[in-house]
Design a protein. Structure first.
Length: 140
């Protein structure tokens, strides 16, 4: 299970990271005038930044799942990673679409993604408490 979880998290984190960098660059260069004229540059930047943070969190969660000490924590790690991915897609996705279209109702959906991101961090913290401390110590 840990190899599948690690692989899934690395793929998902890599895709989210690529999307974050691509949208950040596109917003800064290709859409700069449009986003500034519409007052949406801050939303676009926030979406890209949070996507990158949570791409890294997803990768780290996957790597943690591969540790022998994580045997009792893998279900929590999988749930945390799922929250990071779903939260990023909702939070950042809605902000990107809002920035491009001005559809205000998306602003009401964004907090759902933020809540999932927060839940992911809390679930990650709880899962970390289940790590086997003895297995984390280096051999003498």
């Amino acid at each position: 299970m840990s190899a599948g979880l690690t692989s899934t998290c690395l793929v998902a984190g890599g895709l989210l990271g690529a999307a974050a960098v691509a949208t950040g660059a596109f917003g800064a260069h290709g859409l700069a005038g449009v986003l500034e004229a519409s007052g949406q540059a801050a939303n676009w930047d926030t979406a890209s930044r949070y996507a990158l943070f949570h791409a890294l969190a997803t990768v780290a969660t996957g790597l943690a799942a591969g540790l022998p000490a994580a045997a009792n924590a893998r279900r929590g790690l999988a749930t945390a990673a799922a929250c990071f991915v779903a939260g990023t897609l909702i939070f950042s996705g809605c902000l990107w679409i809002l920035a491009l279209t001005g559809v205000r109702i998306l602003g009401a959906v964004v907090p759902i993604g933020g809540t999932l991101m927060i839940a992911g961090w809390l679930i990650l913290a709880r899962a970390a408490m289940r790590f086997d401390a003895a297995a984390l110590r280096p051999d003498p």
